[in-house]
Design a protein. Structure first.
Length: 340
């Protein structure tokens, strides 16, 4: 040990010679928190998700799906399982396996400080060779030591948000709510989306969001649904308790942010007078069992994606996806009535 120590010294009291001091940029880079995971690891998690998701979907295996999905995404998928189980054998279609194309994936991997939840976002395509059509969020579930898909919103348009990247290609996570550097937080964005469905954007929706294909589609859903029964029935939308408050935000190249969040809303259909009834369709069977109703309340869980400017001004809804997760209503206690 003494010989090894002597070999590492100069034989004097002067300090051992050192290399040049690191540059300011190098020191800054060393101080940055590590990325949530590497690009290779993220792509591997996406491939793992696709493989397990296919197996779970083919068998309606909720437990298996629970190993790769969580939050609103899991709730939406489970509702699809339930809807499928309400169909007759002849009404069901054979499941066709698919996978996210990792070759065309655009990864947005943020740096995450110690103790903070780890997550990453990705723009993905479900068709090989096609441009990404969905924005997804994967989050680590530390209690299970695995990554799971928690949110996915379909993009309305081909232009991806321009996410800011650092010198190493990593994204910059920012606060999704209560962020003074952004024109709007998640709560305000969610209110705008709910208003798009509830009023066609007439109150806050068109103030919070600029015109976009995604906003126009939500408004179209409102406009076509509220008039579907004419004078025989009504359809109204409203916000509902949201069990999925987690939101994710990444800094964009213009100083604003890409924000990914979820919301829950209801649609209530009702007859306007006695003598008519609502007859559930086959896709409602799992919840309503082909029993005529005087009113039906549907619940939808949705994932949304919006870009928010740094300065005061409207945000832009760039994508969303919804799934019916519940349906209920009082049965008709009489002989069959005319259908509407």
């Amino acid at each position: 040990m003494a010989l090894a120590a002597s070999a590492c010294t100069s034989g004097s009291d002067s300090p051992t010679a050192k290399g040049p001091a690191p540059s300011a940029s190098a020191r800054k880079q060393q101080e940055l928190p590590p990325s949530a995971l590497t690009k290779q690891q993220a792509l591997a998690e996406i491939d793992r998700y696709s493989a397990v998701n296919n197996k779970a979907n083919a068998e309606n295996d909720r437990s298996l799906l629970d190993t790769v999905e969580d939050g609103p995404m899991y709730a939406m998928s489970i509702s699809e399982f339930k809807e499928s189980e309400g169909l007759t054998a002849s009404e069901r279609t054979a499941y066709e396996p698919w996978a996210y194309d990792t070759q065309s994936a655009q990864l947005y991997i943020p740096r995450i400080a110690d103790g903070q939840p780890r997550w990453f976002a990705a723009a993905l395509s479900g068709t090989k060779g096609k441009a990404p059509s969905r924005l997804a969020v994967f989050a680590e579930q530390p209690q299970h030591h695995r990554w799971e898909l928690v949110s996915a919103a379909d993009l309305y348009g081909t232009d991806l948000p321009k996410v800011a990247l650092d010198a190493d290609g990593y994204a910059i996570a920012v606060a999704a709510n209560g962020n003074k550097d952004l024109a709007a937080g998640t709560d305000l964005l969610r209110n705008g989306v709910l208003d798009n469905f509830a009023t066609g954007g007439q109150n806050s929706g068109k103030k919070i969001f600029t015109e976009s294909k995604a906003s126009s589609q939500q408004i179209k859903v409102h406009d076509e649904t509220v008039t579907q029964y004419g004078n025989k029935g009504t359809s109204t939308f409203a916000g509902a308790a949201n069990r999925y408050g987690d939101a994710y935000a990444l800094k964009t190249a213009d100083g604003g942010a890409l924000v990914l969040f979820s919301h829950t809303h209801t649609q209530t259909d009702a007859v306007t007078h006695h003598g008519i009834q609502l007859n559930p369709g086959k896709d409602d069977r799992a919840w309503l069992h082909d029993i005529p109703r005087t009113s039906i309340r549907y619940e939808f869980v949705c994932n949304d994606a919006a870009t928010v400017p740094a300065k005061a001004g409207p945000s832009t809804l760039v994508g969303y996806t919804c799934a019916r997760t519940d349906a209920s209503g009082p049965p008709v206690n009489s002989a069959p009535l005319p259908r509407i």
